[in-house]
Unconditional design. Structure first.
Length: 315
């Protein structure tokens, strides 16, 4: 018997562990999912073009909720470009999450995540990989989630890797208040300089390679939306909740909430379990949130619209 121990943790831990940022597929924080997807397949093995293209799944597999329609495999360097019913917008905390289908916390096939406000100009989240590059990770080798950041595929099946548009606030050519396209680009995990993918620090990104099979490369399941630009309309009327929270992160027990309409506020843990609810009145409200350190989802809803917010509690 042997144990794999990661002694170089730096980023968020695996799903279900303390400090993880993984969001479960059925979490109440998701208010929408991608409505369309276009795929450009990559080779099963980019170093051997005669290996053919990855062909598992279809573009439709990435549309809709996670764990509903299967997956689509991108192959080495392949891409998936997704659009949404309403643009993704920059709200408090994370704004969307990407789901892959890894069967283990440490068998991770990774991808870059890029966003666009017009489908033409894309900006990439600043990915970091601290995985050792002295030896190639084999087709079924290990990658520790604590060693990677801002790469989709960080978490096992059923748990999304979240992204915060606030990180791109200084980027040129996009409007983080109106993201119409999210592009997922497979990381070619090869350590060969000719084929290697590199992170924002120009480090090679080591992940399982080669994967010479139909499901090679990143296996996209879904993209879930946490903050969307447009409020939901019903019966030709519109009730804009216009939720404002403070402080976030929360260091004490009380959170101030301002809303333009009445609603029900419900606090969930990051796995989607309900903790407590409040009836919220128009104007300023004070919520007593007496929970341990961690990430939570605070959802406001009425008959017309839903507003979902990620909050962090620090004790």
């Amino acid at each position: 018997m042997f144990f794999i121990i990661n002694t170089n943790a730096q980023f968020a831990a695996a799903a279900g562990k303390p400090g993880s940022t993984a969001i479960k597929h059925d979490s109440a924080c998701f208010i929408a999912w991608a409505k369309s997807c276009e795929i450009v397949r990559g080779f099963r093995d980019i170093s051997q073009p005669d290996s053919g293209y990855a062909d598992a799944g279809s573009a439709q597999s990435a549309v809709g909720a996670a764990l509903q329609n299967g997956i689509v495999s991108l192959g080495d360097g392949g891409t998936a470009t997704l659009t949404f019913e309403s643009p993704v917008t920059n709200g408090p905390g994370w704004d969307f999450a990407v789901f892959e289908n890894s069967f283990l916390d440490t068998f991770l096939e990774l991808a870059f995540v890029e966003v666009s406000s017009d489908g033409k100009k894309f900006v990439r989240f600043p990915a970091i990989s601290l995985t050792d590059t002295t030896m190639q990770t084999g087709a079924f080798g290990y990658t520790f989630p604590e060693r990677i950041n801002n790469l989709a595929g960080k978490y096992r099946v059923g748990f999304g890797t979240p992204f915060d548009l606030e990180e791109l606030k200084d980027s040129l050519g996009i409007n983080i208040s109106s993201i119409t396209h999210v592009r997922i680009k497979d990381v070619t995990g090869s350590m060969q300089p000719t084929f290697a993918s590199r992170d924002s620090k120009e480090n090679k990104i080591n992940d399982p390679w080669p994967t010479r099979f139909s499901s090679g490369g990143f296996d996209l399941d879904a993209v879930g939306v946490i903050h969307a630009k447009a409020s939901i309309k019903k019966n030709n009327s519109r009730l804009d909740l216009s939720i404002k929270l403070g402080p976030n992160p929360l260091y004490g027990n009380f959170m101030n909430v301002y809303t333009e309409g009445q609603s029900l506020a419900t606090l969930y843990d990051i796995s989607g379990s309900k903790i407590v609810s409040w009836n919220i009145q128009k104007g300023e409200n004070t919520l007593k949130i007496d929970q341990p350190t961690g990430m939570y989802c605070l959802v406001f809803s009425n008959n017309y619209s839903t507003s979902s917010h990620i909050i962090e509690i620090i004790r």
